[in-house]
Design a protein around this ligand. Structure first.
Ligand code: PGA
Length: 251
């Protein structure tokens, strides 16, 4: 069965509750458009807006941008999976490069979070990607292999039904320097080959692998027209309903 395309918005530290409300005023329009185009659409708002967005999401998927692996405890400033589940959040991003850069998150931390999310029957959008230095040194594939292998350690093949992978080269995030379609296709298919080795060819066939990094309405089509790229994880262009709608219209 063909994999459905996915357009997922990562709001980062943007959109106040009032702005999230404006976005949700268009949730029905966005959901109807997604249905017409037969694509899955989702957003990851900041914690404060999560509940409002969940309550007004129509058919959008709603993930958190981040979560802790422990159910509760002395972790000041963190939010746990049971807290997210209590308000109906369906999953979480894990391993975004900004979390790795500003919060020192490691592949092993990501592995703990992924295992905790799967145990709780939640979705996982696992982000991986090389820095510009690693890209320039020809290390992109080695970096991705390590990031994917460690993050998915101890998972069973059936667990992958809840896992989505986003290839997001760090040098393309928020820079306007989106990766070429060739790079996105090559890296997404490389990740698929790693899944095939680690799990099975069937698992590789089933898993959705997205590209992220300066995806805009004017370039999304190029990525998604390839069979290898199952969707886009979008930051800046996902913040308003209008821009989000434009992304979907381009599919
Ligand atoms: P961008 O962000 O679309 O603003 O480059 C992508 C991301 O960080 O997921």
């Amino acid at each position: 069965m063909a994999r459905k395309k996915i357009i997922f918005g990562n709001w980062k530290m943007n959109n106040t509750i009032a702005q999230a409300r404006d976005f949700c005023d268009e949730a029905k329009v966005i959901s109807d458009l997604a249905k017409t185009k037969d694509v899955i659409v989702g957003v990851a708002p900041s914690y404060l807006s999560l509940q409002y967005v969940v309550e007004h999401k129509e058919s959008l998927w709603v993930f958190a941008e981040e979560t802790h692996y422990a159910d509760h405890g002395a972790f000041t400033g963190e939010v746990s999976i049971p807290m997210l589940q209590e308000i109906g959040v369906q999953g979480s991003l894990v391993g975004h490069s900004e979390r790795r850069k500003y919060h020192g998150e490691t592949d092993l931390d990501c592995n703990r979070k992924i295992k905790a999310l799967i145990k709780a029957n939640m979705g996982v959008m696992y982000c991986c990607g090389e820095t510009l230095k690693e890209f320039d040194e020809g290390l992109a594939k080695d970096v991705i292999r390590a990031q994917v292998t460690v993050a998915l350690m101890d998972l069973k093949e059936s667990d992958l039904a809840r896992v989505y992978i986003a290839y997001e080269p760090v040098w393309s995030i928020g820079t306007g320097k989106n990766a070429s379609e060739e790079i996105a296709i090559e890296m997404c298919s490389y990740i698929r080959s790693i899944i095939s080795e680690l799990f099975s060819p069937t698992a590789a066939e089933k898993i959705s692998i997205l590209y992220g990094g300066s995806v805009k309405p004017y370039n999304i089509k190029g990525y998604l027209s390839s069979e290898e790229v199952d969707g886009a994880l979008v930051g800046g262009a996902s913040l308003t309903a209008k821009s989000f709608e434009e992304l979907i219209k381009e599919i």
